[in-house]
Design a protein around this ligand. Structure first.
Ligand code: CUA
Length: 157
């Protein structure tokens, strides 16, 4: 059986649309100086945060020449560390977990944005080019002072 030519065209068009959407989501922040290139998740009980090698002391750690890891804890109504300091021209893998309820970790004006769920570790790899300052906001309702839950991310020279 032959597929009608128009049907083929529509299939191709639909496929291109999907690819376009994915590209938009993946590369949406090109030109903004910071770009998320990967994300995934692992688990960690909130009860274990204080004893955890990474999250017991939230921080940014150098792991290679231009490679860093950032261990971030969200809790009502702060992010730790604050500010998060990142050297320019670096690649940073963020590990973000919550001590209490669901929070958001949204670097304002970029596509670096994730839900932070207690018991889970959100992982994102982000590239930083130019020195700049970004606000971090929580975009999941987490209680009375949700609207005050902010942090700062500084890309330093
Ligand atoms: Cu934390 Cu809203």
């Amino acid at each position: 059986m032959r597929i009608h030519t128009y049907e083929k065209l529509w299939l191709v068009a639909a496929f291109l649309l999907i690819v376009g959407f994915i590209a938009t989501i993946t590369y949406g922040s090109v030109g903004l100086g910071i770009q998320m290139i990967d994300d995934s998740e692992e688990t960690l009980s909130p009860d274990d945060i204080n004893d955890d090698e990474r999250f017991g002391e939230p921080r940014v750690e150098q792991v290679g020449e231009n490679e860093y890891e950032a261990y971030v804890v969200a809790q009502t109504f702060i992010f730790q560390p604050d500010p998060i300091e990142i050297p320019a021209n670096s690649r940073v893998t963020f590990y973000v977990t919550s001590r209490d309820v669901i929070h958001g970790f949204d670097v304002v004006g970029t596509n670096t944005n994730t839900m932070v769920i207690p018991g889970e570790v959100s992982k994102m790899t982000v590239e930083f080019d130019e020195p700049d300052e970004y606000g971090i906001v929580c975009n999941e309702y987490c209680g009375d002072f949700h609207h005050t839950m902010e942090g700062q991310l500084n890309v330093v020279p």
